[in-house]
Design a protein around this ligand. Sequence first.
Ligand code: MG
Length: 182
Amino acid sequence: MNRIDVINEIAIKAKETDALLVANIGIPCKELHHVCDVPTNFYMLGSMGLASSIGLGLALARSERNVIAIDGDGSVLMNMGSLATIASRSPKNYLLVIVDNGAYGSTGNQPTVTSMGTNLAEVARGAGNKDVFEADSSKGLREIMKEVNSGMIIVRVEPNNADVPVIKMCPEEIMARFMANI
Ligand SMILES: [Mg+2]
């Protein structure tokens, strides 16, 4: 399974649950934009590590909406404290999906420490998160997402990037469009 397969499943889940969707910096944003571009997608283009934090803030500020954030292993490793902050609030409307390809996929697939033994599901549990799920197939991910709208899912994928076009909107346009639609 590749990251774009996971992103496709998440886009379907977001549509079904009318969720706001935050995508991690780099190629994940481009893959989501290619799979399903809607105004309730926030393509986080400039702040590595902060997709999970932005998702948490949105979920707390807009508690009547479902929020999903797509993050990566490299970004979660960069902002690991976010896992503890999320645990301390555990909003019932926030689902964080960590796509773990064991690599910094957007910069040339340099290996991350999750390919050397660091287990992000265990880190998330150790940080205090109660609802932590794991998947390594589209079917497994779909089954988990059928049941849950909150917590964390760690999905293991191959380190492959889809060949998709760049997003033509500038960050200001992305932000303005998103804010106007939430
Ligand atoms: Mg990665």
